[in-house]
Design a protein around this ligand. Sequence first.
Ligand code: SF4
Ligand code: SF4
Ligand code: SF4
Length: 365
Amino acid sequence: MSIESKFRFTPIVKCVAFSCNLRCDYCFYFFDLRKRSIMSLPILEATIKESYLYNDGTVNFVWHGGEPLLASRNFFQSALNFQKKYNTDRRATINGIQTNGTILNEEWIKFFSDNNFQIGVSLDGPQEFHDYYRKYPDGSGSFRDVMRGIELFKKHNFPFGVVCVITDISVEHPEEIFKFFVENEIYCVKFSRLIYRDRSGKFLKPTVHPEKYGRFLLKLMDIWLIRDDPKIKFTPLSDFFRSLLQGECFEECLFSEACTRFLVVNANGDIFACSSEGSDERWKFGNIADGIAKVINSRQFKAYQDRIIETRKRCHFCQWYSVCKGGCTCDYELMSNGSEHNALCGSFKKIFQYAKNKLSEFKLI
Ligand code: SF4
Ligand code: SF4
Ligand code: SF4
């Protein structure tokens, strides 16, 4: 079987790479946000065509930005039309959008609802934490407008999720974060930690220290377990348990060792590794217009595959390897002073042990 026939591809489509109505202080596009770059229809078509070619089951499109809603409903209607054209064997298709939530309106909700989109809204918890970094160009906070967008989803009973970036400020406040989401009836939240680099790739101050993030997750897990409410779906907390119980966690990439599958397609069609956040030239694999076959046969893609194997060398001796699989490839450069090691490893070990003890307590393993 050739490498092409085995390869599966989940596109993270930066359909409006540098366009956004916000200027969040921690945005990794901060320096480029005035360049405005919206994906052209030929690049969109190539992305969709290749995605159906390199998937045999469900095809999952992750629409990102900048702010993807600035691409307009016409753009997404074109995407749906291309999906119809290339989904010749009628496979299940998921369209997920990650939006900052500030320009949502009734028309967008109707469009999402008519076309079964899955929506993630960026909301960093209570106003004081959210507005600290997530601002408009005039420096005012975006919290109120995001909450207005969320109220629209609630009004229409449209299911939505939230991505909450844990920052150097909020990492000290797991209780407040938990209380805020539950009190606002926001039950589906994915927590990710803030990683901020300058243009040379150097990590800057707001980057959350891995140990602090680990402590945050442990505390959050504690509160979540005490609350014991099946409505509350907090990621990655549930991933630790799912991975322990099933040995696999397909819903999220974190414990799946499948980083080569998730590729960023920039607005101009350039393809990057997910871990590069679309800008690290080391992990630029080619352009979607040249086809995925060329991308996965590129020298850079092979180097990235080797890197994933190399980074996990130490992991094979770890008792948690079957559930952790080495975690996220991004974390191998984070604060490691050049030594290749997963910065969250120590925290992961504690959390896996804690989750395992809980499962034993409830006689589930
Ligand atoms: S909403 Fe996203 S793309 Fe826009 S400035 Fe904030 S982090 Fe950057
Ligand atoms: S690099 Fe991290 S975020 Fe990207 S696919 Fe791998 S595990 Fe997921
Ligand atoms: S816990 Fe650490 S050593 Fe073990 S598999 Fe995960 S990253 Fe590797």
